[in-house]
Ligand binder design. Structure first.
Ligand SMILES: C[S@@+](CC[C@H](N)C(=O)[O-])C[C@H]1O[C@@H](n2cnc3c(N)ncnc32)[C@H](O)[C@@H]1O
Length: 198
């Protein structure tokens, strides 16, 4: 299973945002693009790919979404439209209930959990954690296992303290010397793993 963790320090943590003003909801527009590039291929949804979103913005942080459509298009939740993706995020935030993990529907879960708790649990499961960083090792020189987890941040990057902590146990990998949009990075990593046959 390939996994992505997208961390945003500003994304809103309640469902009461306006889907016509996604930029004002802590750049929820970027979240939508990340989700779309995590799962969508032309005419199909990726299997064996999971996306974690960790939002740290106001008013109720941290919120952890675990999204695993696994090729399913039937639920109606996942569509290519940014507005529909934003509505899905809204719906999940409205259903969130403190520390209890809520299954909003099959493959769509939400709970109150921090970035490092999420990563710690994945590490315990034996996953290999990589942090996406311009200065990391070239992704083309790394052989990934099928259990790789890629952590990336929003438009502001990781706060310094978080990045330092992340680098103490995650391998930094780079997709090139340019700084790309988070969603572009997800598309590049997906392509790289596809090419490696993972
Ligand atoms: C728009 S970038 C953040 C830009 C932010 N100003 C910074 O300097 O970190 C969003 C995220 O994409 C990832 N990223 C962007 N370009 C990358 C690259 N060339 N290699 C690896 N990761 C990259 C990083 O995780 C980054 O936090």
């Amino acid at each position: 299973m390939r996994e992505f963790i997208y961390f945003s320090n500003k994304a809103r943590t309640s469902g009461n945002f306006d889907t016509r003003k996604l930029m004002d909801a802590g750049r929820m527009d970027i979240v939508c693009h990340v989700l779309i590039h995590s799962f969508f291929l032309s005419h199909k949804i990726r299997e064996n790919t999971k996306l974690h979103l960790v939002f740290n913005g106001p008013p109720n942080p941290p919120q952890h979404f675990e999204i695993f459509p696994n090729g399913r298009r039937t639920s109606g939740s996942i569509t290519l439209s940014k507005k529909d993706v934003a509505n899905l995020i809204k719906k999940m935030l409205y259903k969130s209930r403190g520390g209890k993990r809520i299954e909003v529907e099959k493959g769509y879960e939400i709970e109150k959990k921090s970035l490092f708790k999420v990563i710690g649990e994945l590490k315990k499961q034996g996953k290999e954690i990589y942090v996406l960083d311009v200065k990391g090792k070239d992704i083309r020189d790394v052989e990934f296992s099928s259990d790789a987890v890629f952590v990336l941040a929003d438009q502001d990057g990781f706060p310094k303290k978080e990045l330092k902590k992340l680098k103490s146990f995650a391998n930094p990998v780079s997709v090139g010397r340019e700084t790309y949009f988070a969603s572009q990075v997800v598309a590049i990593v997906n392509n790289e793993l596809d090419r490696q046959g993972i």
